[in-house]
Write a protein that binds this ligand. Structure first.
Ligand SMILES: Cc1cc2nc3c(=O)[nH]c(=O)nc-3n(C[C@H](O)[C@H](O)[C@H](O)COP(=O)(O)OP(=O)(O)OC[C@H]3O[C@@H](n4cnc5c(N)ncnc54)[C@H](O)[C@@H]3O)c2cc1C
Length: 300
């Protein structure tokens, strides 16, 4: 199938793009890497009359690492993998990006396109929920910021309004020595997840002092599992607390039955991914005793 007719617009600046999107209204769509939008246009699941190409907008391609990490929306998945500084500050980004599709797709696919798309199979939205990221959204009439945890409403339905563009993604730089893991089960290289889980945590000896757990492709939207973090931080880590956290995550999952398996199978695999991600994150975390950790004040 080839896509229907459309006008191709290539703005030179962000302001020009925002005006094109405003003027195009519901009939205009931004295109970044095109690796989700073009297949949807070929299948007639999307039929925009105007396509606004973000490829020429230098101010949407940047990575800044300070107290916060800010990444321009048009930064490609390949650029996320390539950045040594980003790997040092937040290694789970490279780990996750390397599990997306294949190198050719990662050269074109962008972080902004991946998080804006609204496909429950995309890997970056759950990671952004795990990192408690915010999306910076601009339109011709202003700017707003929304948390990744509030952005996804249903499959392909997000908080983005007509004429709006995600221009950057921002999150707090994780503390040094944190543990992390993105675990993804897929049928073969290049496939979307049967089930996947993102975990970050900080430790002081046996105690988890902070944790975050989020899930990919286990419901219509990415899922942030607040209860799992509460369980992991409520008492010294043990096989039982991990089991409880897995149970809390499984209770939120509602994957559709599809070519990847039945709903029951995918839920079970979701639980396995959460368990593996917690265990790998614990393994990687710096466990040096820290003053002010959750149990530090109890010990005096
Ligand atoms: C064979 C194949 C396998 C794949 N496997 C995976 C996988 O395992 N995991 C995974 O996560 N992804 C996978 N993908 C998708 C790939 O990562 C896409 O590139 C990505 O999801 C979308 O990014 P993009 O830059 O290509 O966006 P586009 O396709 O250009 O756009 C996607 C959507 O987002 C909108 N959009 C784009 N940028 C913005 C913006 N800045 N602000 C607002 N809206 C915007 C577009 O209008 C469109 O609706 C796969 C793709 C293919 C073809």
């Amino acid at each position: 199938m080839i896509p229907g007719d459309f006008d191709y617009l290539r703005p030179k600046t962000k302001s020009e793009a925002l005006v094109m999107l405003r003027d195009g209204g519901d009939e205009a769509r931004p295109i970044a890497g095109g690796h989700s939008l073009i297949p949807m246009m070929k299948l007639r699941m999307a039929a925009p009359e105007k396509v606004v190409d973000l490829g020429g907008l230098a101010d949407l391609k940047h990575i800044s690492i300070e107290k916060d990490i800010t990444i321009g929306a048009a930064t490609t998945q390949h650029q996320l993998i390539e950045s040594g500084a980003l790997f040092d500050a937040c290694p789970i980004l490279r780990e996750t990006a390397l599990l997306i599709a294949d190198p050719q797709i990662r050269y074109c696919g962008t972080l902004g396109g991946n998080v804006a798309n609204g496909d429950p199979g995309n890997d970056m939205p759950a990671l952004m929920q795990c990192l408690d990221a915010s999306y910076i959204i601009e339109s011709a009439s202003g700017k707003r910021e929304i948390k990744a945890r509030d952005f996804y409403h249903a499959a392909y339905f997000t908080a983005l309004e007509t004429g709006e563009l995600i221009t950057a993604i921002r999150f707090k730089t994780p503390e040094a020595g944190h543990g992390y893991s993105y675990q993804k089960l897929k049928r073969k290289v290049g496939d979307y997840a049967t089930a996947a889980a993102a975990v970050t945590l900080s430790m002081s000896e046996d105690n988890v002092t902070g944790a975050s757990v989020a899930l990919t492709n286990l419901a219509d939207t990415p899922l942030y599992v607040a209860e799992a973090a509460d369980i992991l931080t409520s008492s010294p880590l043990s096989a039982d607390t991990i089991k409880e956290a897995v149970k809390a995550a499984e209770a939120m999952m509602a994957p559709a039955a599809d070519g990847r398996g039945s709903s029951e199978y995918r839920t079970r695999m979701g639980g396995v991914m959460v368990q593996r991600a917690i265990e790998a994150a614990v393994e990687r975390a710096d466990k040096t005793p820290k003053k002010g950790g959750l149990f530090g004040w109890l010990r005096g």
